[in-house]
Design a protein around this ligand. Structure first.
Ligand SMILES: [Zn+2]
Length: 478
């Protein structure tokens, strides 16, 4: 079946099957998909200069439009005595202010472009599991189709085709304990959606059997979900699924320990990307590297260091501030994502002249704050260590600097010796600057969207200026 036919059928399916639509995050505008997908096939070969020219042109189109049609930006320009022509390159963007989540919350009506009919707007909100939940608008029928074109382009790099069977382990609740099926097929039988809420020691053997008979080419997952399955497989000596070519990980930060655990359990490539629902940045790994390749056609990404200036040295960290180049109904210019990332050294050996992120450290809320106010990234803590062998799940909770509560779900074999080992290991990681208390709990709840948080950060970290939270602890935390 061609992509065009698939889109038509999806359209028919859309009304009757909301689970499918949620799974696909798609609206059936084939032309928007096709146009973007075709562009991306060409632009991957462009030189640095060609990409820069493309971005400059897209930026000027966006700014002209925002000035003419978006009241919020007209005001921003006028207050600064600027006109769109003053901003010719991505570097000139520094003349404009950041757009924070608070701004978005306060000024959303003024961020709607006046030259689009009301039917063009699709209201979307972020999960709100961390930080402030915000609402904004997609262009109905186009934003999701374009997004899908970018995603497909990324998955092409590990050989994904529309005809491939795919197991989907994301935040879905499917099936029921009563009839002991925790999955359902969708997308003409090609995708097997598996429930994230029923995965336990008791049910996982059935999940594994079902995946084996389904013979998927790919597993699409929240890393935290895939890890539950992977851990079980490694601990019980379950062989990898021979048909699986890659695990496609998104929507949550993929920690190094998760990557190595997934690679071990599934015996295949673990492929990850980084993006947000606001659609301001999208970056994914390539055929040859695990660094995140930023799509210049998607948005302009600035990495802002703690001094408020752009980070230019590979290996240095800054906050991701991004400008979407394709959403004209609700332009987001210099949007503060609150995500911290480390600049990579480009170009990559794959030949794409895209800017690179070496790694994404995640949201501010994914850092633990020490007594001396250093920030320790959760990426520094290796939970795939045998120290945690007798722990089913864990979650850190912090509401005071230098103190964390670690909630754990114990395995039956857990003893005081495990507590001692965990505390010793964490003390080493935190350099003695964080007091850890361990508390045993029956269960660790997921967020409303079925995601799993390793850290609930209750300190007010949102109020900081971009980059101020840079983890100078890097060397110490190892
Ligand atoms: Zn590459």
């Amino acid at each position: 079946m061609g992509v065009r036919t698939m889109y038509r059928r999806l359209k028919a399916l859309q009304l009757e099957n909301s689970v499918t639509m949620r799974a696909l995050h798609i609206l059936p505008t084939y032309s928007a998909y096709k146009k973007t997908y075709t562009l991306l096939r060409q632009s991957r070969q462009w030189s640095r200069e060609e990409l820069a020219a493309y971005q400059a042109q897209a930026l000027s189109r966006l700014l002209d439009h925002a000035y003419e049609n978006v009241p919020y930006y007209r005001r921003v320009f006028e207050e600064r005595g600027l006109v769109p022509g003053d901003i010719q390159t991505p570097e000139d963007l520094a003349l404009l202010p950041f757009l924070t989540r608070e701004d978005l919350q306060k000024s959303l009506p003024d961020l709607k472009a006046r030259n689009y009919p009301e039917t063009a707007f699709e209201y979307v909100t972020t999960g709100g599991s961390t930080g402030i939940p915000v609402g904004f608008y997609y262009e109905k029928g186009a934003s999701r189709a374009r997004e899908w074109a970018f995603m497909k382009t990324q998955w092409d790099r590990v050989g994904y085709r529309f005809s491939d069977r795919c197991v989907v382990l994301r935040g879905y609740i499917v099936g029921s304990a009563r009839d002991e099926t925790f999955w359902k097929k969708t997308l003409f039988g090609r995708w097997l959606l598996m429930s994230s809420h029923h995965m336990t020691e008791e049910t996982l053997p059935a999940y594994i059997d079902r995946i084996r008979t389904f013979r998927p080419g790919f597993i699409q997952a929240y890393p935290s979900m895939a890890v539950i399955l992977a851990r079980y497989m490694v601990e019980h000596g379950v062989e990898p699924f021979p048909t699986v070519k890659a695990v496609l990980c998104g929507s949550e930060n993929l920690y190094p320990w998760q990557r190595s655990l997934l690679a071990e359990a599934f015996g295949c490539r673990v492929f990850s990307w980084y993006g947000n629902s606001e659609q301001t940045v999208l970056a994914g790994e390539c055929e040859e590297s695990t660094h995140y390749h930023i799509f210049p056609e998607y948005g302009i990404v600035e990495l802002i260091g703690r001094d408020g200036r752009p980070v230019e040295r590979p290996g240095a960290m800054g906050e991701v501030v991004a400008t979407n180049l394709t959403n004209f109904v609700c332009p987001l210019i210099r949007y503060r994502t609150m995500d911290l990332a480390v600049l990579g050294k480009s170009p990559c050996t794959c030949g794409r002249n895209y800017p690179l992120l070496e790694r994404v450290e995640g949201r501010l809320q994914e850092f633990i704050v020490t007594k001396d106010r250093r920030f320790i990234s959760m990426t520094a803590v290796n939970m795939h260590s045998d120290v945690f062998d007798n722990v089913v799940q864990f979650q850190f909770y912090q509401k005071k600097e230098g103190e964390v509560l670690m909630r754990i779900v114990k395995k039956p074999g857990y003893t005081d010796r495990d507590t001692e080992r965990i505390l010793r290991e964490l003390d080493r990681k935190f350099q003695g600057d964080v007091d850890v208390t361990i508390r045993s709990v029956g269960k660790i709840p997921r967020t409303r969207r079925g995601k799993y948080q390793f850290l609930i950060q209750d300190l007010p970290l949102d109020q900081q200026e971009p980059g101020q939270h840079e983890a100078e602890c890097r060397n110490k935390s190892g």
